[in-house]
Design a protein around this ligand. Structure first.
Ligand SMILES: Cc1ncc(C[n+]2csc(CCOP(=O)(O)OP(=O)(O)O)c2C)c(N)n1
Ligand SMILES: [Mg+2]
Length: 624
């Protein structure tokens, strides 16, 4: 078939499907993009020709459109994804941050940046970077380290193989992340006789690798010998749709379950085995249980330092750690024993081997009492009635009270993810969507738009701080364009207050974290900036509601739900009210010499706290 490279590419993408658990559907939901000279005549022309089968969405910012794609694909448990097209140079490189979010979170997205002329006839083309040591490098090479597969299509003949590799990586649960096909602007428009076979519909089975039986035997033996076993559920549990299997397994054995940020929602908060979030932003129930656990089974987790409280959360010197993960890379962490497997397959294989076995009754009572105690802590923090401005926990509590089980909350950075990880009581596996692998400011609104596109039947609540909002709010325009309704909770506290609190803890006195005017002293310690964020939101044509009190806020939540269009609720809170303590630690090093007394005190504190950190764990081997 005689087609341009752009046309063949779009036609190929529009007929790729995936299948898992006998459910089959198209893989690509469409293409986001911003056109420039580097992609409009090639890919743009192809998108125009194929607009009935492959929908095009205009975005406002290249980073943001990748976030939207990530939000969508994560909500779809990685079984659907978007393509994103840009021009050469700044448009392409703007995607790097979004690509890193995708890759760090192991979420598929296909990036299609334009690239400089393959012929080099008129170079340097507008926006060409020019490396004096080689003409073989362009801006797009910045996307290499953030892509799980990267290719540049110098000739039309190269496209078929590159497409197969792109699909292989995008649909593989262990490999997935950002995939980049860089497309020189002349090559996009070049014609070639593409084989019909390339454009035939294709179904990619998404693998569910089962665990090796002898390894599951070994794990079952470890569990039977354990007195204080603990499961740590990560995002892999949710992406593999293993949440029912986990609930059944936890009910049958009584093993408690703690959750990572991506894994939150693995178990309903009121399941008898639920301990909530683990680690630096976790619950005291999960952290105290982890501290004495003698066997930890990590399922689908990449063990970020927030989850392990910088390797301080497991304190039993003989703790054994088993990593069940579809990604071999993650199974070697914490010196754990590796079981490379799909989360659901592993749980289903393990269950019968532990039939009739239950945790010790005393252990069960202890962790359940800790969970009940944390629940009371949450209740108290929701009802602080702090004056004159509310605490952030009250805002979280009011949103929780106004939501239904299947609603989704979205967040990514600032103080909100920590508060949500601790406090939020999840009632649905897809109800909690916090991007915390990359904790990327600016993900919130853009990602929330993607979540809503993937689940239009659900109400989507985006929590965003004033800092994140100011960094990237542009996709409110895309929400309006597409008639997408999200509810944005815009929390104003006049600065980067999470970093402010951290700054104070390391003796840097909140330096450079407040939004204030510069004064005659030369410091940023003047009045707060008069930015009207609610007016800014309203200017997009969305509904903007100002809540001057918690009563206002609760009413605004009711109104936002009743509204049919995107609604931004603006509320100011007091950044100095801490959320309940996790009884945990996070490793942020302190200056080893300093003028300020506060810094020197912080160093002493840091050095004494650091003794809880375990550099290495004893290797775990499964009994044979
Ligand atoms: C893109 C990006 N830049 C910087 C950071 C570091 N950082 C993490 S939280 C934060 C402050 C966020 O401010 P805001 O959204 O107002 O939330 P708050 O801390 O006030 O709760 C910063 C600067 C980040 N996570 N992402
Ligand atoms: Mg803030």
């Amino acid at each position: 078939m005689r087609l341009t490279v752009g046309q063949a590419l779009i036609r190929f993408l529009s007929v790729q499907s995936v299948e898992r658990d006998r459910e089959e559907h198209l893989f690509f939901a469409g293409c986001f993009g911003i056109f420039g000279h580097g992609n409009l005549a090639g890919i743009g022309q192809a998108l125009l020709e194929n607009r009935d089968t492959f929908r095009y969405y205009v975005a406002r910012n290249e980073q943001a459109m990748v976030h939207t794609s990530v939000g969508y694909a994560r909500m779809a448990n990685r079984l659907q994804a978007f393509a994103c097209t840009t021009s050469v140079g700044p448009g392409a490189i703007n995607m790097a941050t979004g690509a890193a979010v995708a890759t760090a979170n192991r979420i598929p997205v296909l990036l299609l940046p334009g690239d400089v002329f393959a012929t080099r006839r008129a170079n340097p083309v507008l926006q060409e970077l020019e490396d004096p040591t080689t003409l073989d490098i362009s801006s797009n090479d910045c996307l290499r380290p953030v892509s799980r597969y990267f290719d540049r299509i110098w000739r039309p003949e190269q496209l078929p193989q590159a497409l197969l590799h792109a699909m292989r990586v995008l649909t593989d649960p262990a490999e997935t992340g950002a995939v980049t096909l860089a497309l020189p602007q002349d090559v996009q428009t070049e014609v070639w006789d593409f084989p019909d076979e390339l454009l035939a519909p294709r179904v990619w089975p998404v693998r569910r690798p089962p665990p090796e039986p002898r390894l599951v035997d070994g794990l079952a033996a470890l569990v039977r010998g354990a007195r204080r076993p603990l499961i740590v559920a990560g995002g892999g549990v949710i992406y593999s749709a293993a949440t029912d299997a986990l609930a059944t397994f936890a009910s049958a054995t009584g093993i408690p379950v703690a959750e990572t940020q991506a894994g939150k929602g693995s178990l309903r908060f009121d399941h008898p085995s639920s301990l909530g979030g683990l680690g630096a932003t976790g619950t005291t129930a999960a952290n105290s249980t982890a501290r004495t656990a003698d066997l930890v089974i990590g399922i689908g987790t990449r063990w970020s330092d927030f989850t392990t409280a910088s390797h301080s959360v497991f304190q039993d010197p003989d703790v054994r750690i088993v990593n069940i993960n579809v990604t071999p890379f993650d199974t070697t962490k914490l010196a754990g024993a590796a079981i490379v497997a799909d989360a659901r397959e592993a749980l289903v294989a393990l269950s019968p081997r532990l039939s009739g076995w239950q945790v010790d009754e005393q252990y069960r009572r202890t962790y359940q009492a800790a969970a009940a105690e944390w629940n009371e802590t949450v209740e108290r923090s929701y009802q602080l009635n702090h004056q004159p401005l509310p605490s952030q926990s009250e805002i979280v509590g009011a949103v929780e009270a106004s939501t239904e089980d299947r609603d989704v909350i979205v967040c990514a950075s600032g103080s909100l993810p920590g508060d949500l990880h601790k406090l939020w009581r999840t009632r649905d596996p897809k109800g909690y969507h916090v991007e915390y692998a990359y904790s990327c400011m600016g993900y919130e609104i853009a990602g929330g738009v993607g979540v809503k596109m993937a689940a239009p039947e659900r109400e989507v609540y985006v929590f965003v701080g004033d800092g994140s909002y100011l960094m990237l709010n542009s996709e409110l325009a895309t929400a309006v364009q597409e008639g997408i309704k999200i509810i944005v909770i815009l929390v104003q506290n006049h600065g980067y207050q999470s970093i402010g609190a951290l700054s104070e803890s390391v003796g840097v006195g909140r330096f450079g974290t407040q939004y204030r005017r510069r004064t005659a002293t030369g410091d940023l310690d003047g009045g707060t900036l008069p930015i009207d964020l609610a007016a800014n939101a309203a200017s997009f044509g969305v509904t903007a509601l100002r809540a001057a009190s918690m009563a206002d806020f609760r009413q605004a939540l009711v109104d936002a739900r009743a509204n049919t269009e995107t609604t931004v609720i603006h509320i100011e809170d007091d950044p100095l009210v801490p959320s309940p303590d996790s009884d945990s630690w996070w490793d942020v090093p302190v200056a080893e010499t300093a003028e300020l007394q506060a810094t020197r005190e912080a160093l002493v504190r840091y050095q004494s706290e650091r003794i809880v950190q375990r550099d290495y764990f004893r290797p775990t081997t499964l009994p044979r």
